[in-house]
Design a protein around this ligand. Structure first.
Ligand code: FES
Length: 106
């Protein structure tokens, strides 16, 4: 098990929204989907745009740059970028909630 690092309070992560957090030299995307928290690396595996600057619909985030899509629960590629290349999936991170505090495990 990794280290649990606090990233904010529950109220910082409204349901249906995603947020970028900077932690230990990483940029992570944290999403609240139906009251459950998920996290993937925020840097698009295509050309390094920030996924948190894109759009979240259900459990799928769309990169604002070339519209690649990733599942925020699994990190899997849902759709390749508009440019057509194969891209890697995103690493995922565990989120834990204790009382009002949200932690990421890294
Ligand atoms: S940088 Fe994300 S799709 Fe190109």
């Amino acid at each position: 098990m990794g280290e649990l690092v606090p990233i904010g309070r529950l109220s910082d992560f409204p349901e249906g929204k995603m947020k970028k957090v900077f932690i230990k030299g990483k940029e992570l995307l944290v999403a609240n989907i139906g009251g459950t928290f998920y996290s993937i690396d925020d840097i698009c595996t295509h050309e390094e745009c920030s996924l948190a600057d894109g759009f979240l619909r259900g459990e799928v985030v769309t990169c604002p740059c070339h519209l690649a899509q990733f599942n925020v629960k699994t990190g899997d590629v849902v759709q390749r970028p508009a440019t057509g290349e194969e891209i890697d999936s995103e690493p995922t991170f565990n989120i834990k909630v204790e009382k009002d505090q949200v932690f990421v495990e890294i």
